[in-house]
Design a protein around this ligand. Sequence first.
Ligand code: B12
Length: 214
Amino acid sequence: MSDDEKRLVESIAEMREDEAVALAKEMLARGDDPLRVLELCREAMDIVGKRFEQQEYFLPELVLAGEMLENIGAIAKPLIQEKSGGAAKKLGRVLIGTVHGDLHDIGKNIVSFMLDINGYEVRDIGIDVPVAKFVEEVRSFDPQVVGLSGFLTLAFDSMKETVQAIEAAGLRSGKKIMIGGGQVDEAVRAYTGADAFGGNAVAAVSLCRQWIAA
Ligand code: B12
């Protein structure tokens, strides 16, 4: 990790907002990879999360960390878009939302954005999405892939309920369901009944590529 990269992670983790945003801007302006910059932000978020767990940080720090990430993301995203050249043809439909009880959306928004610039038609139905809303949207939008996002442990039950409700409504066949968010792993995937999990936005795009034949 370069000195600037270290300083970026550290300034976010230490809540030095002005420094973090200015440094990210500087790195992006000189041509550093915007995906790398977002990855560094994620590393910083892990530190923030750990400090929150250890009660060294509290809710205001989580809020500030979220804001910093959104600000840096807003600068990085157009650059990622520029690089990708913007796919004109829509390759398939993906419905995505954060499951009920969970309000985290930064990770989901990155996934939506990456799917969009990679050529998928994305319907993002927001946060704290009730099971019935997912079912209704699956029916009307008829996506090939459904993405469920959640960062809280309680989201695992919401994901499971959502998968079951889609199945119970007779809408599961011919569709793939992927899950993602902070703590999601293979055990969670098996628990929820989803088809796959993805650890980051790039993995979400790979799953869609694999599932939807171009
Ligand atoms: C920022 C933040 C917040 C912000 C959220 C702002 C927002 N608009 O999203 C605010 C302040 C609102 C918040 C609130 C809370 N939070 Co919070 N929060 C975080 C924090 C620090 C960062 C999360 C984040 O945005 N990370 C950045 C993104 C980019 O992360 P990422 O995981 O790399 O994202 C990738 C993947 O997840 C994946 N992905 C995401 N979605 C999907 C979907 C699919 C389909 C796929 C394939 C992939 C995928 O792709 C993303 C992009 O590459 C985490 C700590 C952490 N380490 O994550 C805690 C954390 C998630 N929060 C936590 C808690 C406890 C809370 C609160 C309960 C606190 C409270 N006491 O009120 C509330 C809950 C509110 C609610 N009901 O949801 C805990 C959860 C613990 C648990 N196991 O349940 C964590 C882990 C902190 C901790 N270590 O204790 N939080």
